[in-house]
Write a protein of this length. Sequence first.
Lengths: 116, 113
Amino acid sequence: NAGVTQTPKFRILKIGQSMTLQCAQDMNHNYMYWYRQDPGMGLKLIYYSVGAGITDKGEVPNGYNVSRSTTEDFPLRLELAAPSQTSVYFCASSYSAGARGTGELFFGEGSRLTVL
Amino acid sequence: GESVGLHLPTLSVQEGDNSIINCAYSNSASDYFIWYKQESGKGPQFIIDIRSNMDKRQGQRVTVLLNKTVKHLSLQIAATQPGDSAVYFCAENKNFGNEKLTFGTGTRLTIIP
């Protein structure tokens, strides 16, 4: 199993550009998440999904969009990049809440995005 | 408001000693707590969790203690090794769900050889 795979690992964007961060998991997890981590800070939830076709906002959704057309994939879209979106983005997945008795999230390696 | 914070942002421990990482939470409705380890350049990795109906849980070289009276959580790592050097995050949730974990800012643990 590859686990959670994120691409790209690094990207520099100009203000106003758009891009999509890709995330795929091969563990057949129902739940998927996108977090952002600013320097020296914890993770903040952007969006999450409890299954294909279902998405919901997290703590900091403004400026982002997501879709979940398959169980495996959960791309994050930045439509008009702004310097405030400079961060490290982590995708994660998990079994359904309580299904396996733990809240263990499996994280990808992260995507470092810089907006100039 | 809801917050999960840490008492110390950095902690240095001699190799072989025990380390204790602390975490305070403010949401009394939280009933599930998790510790994650994040090594440099990697995503967080699950270490151990505890539900609010417990006050202690042990894993391999790690113990989590929960004091609901003072809303305090700690992670004890026994016989620290160089590989334990990382940033440690506590996270909390309500109703034992995954969807909206609230993460603290993290403590950087450095193991001194």
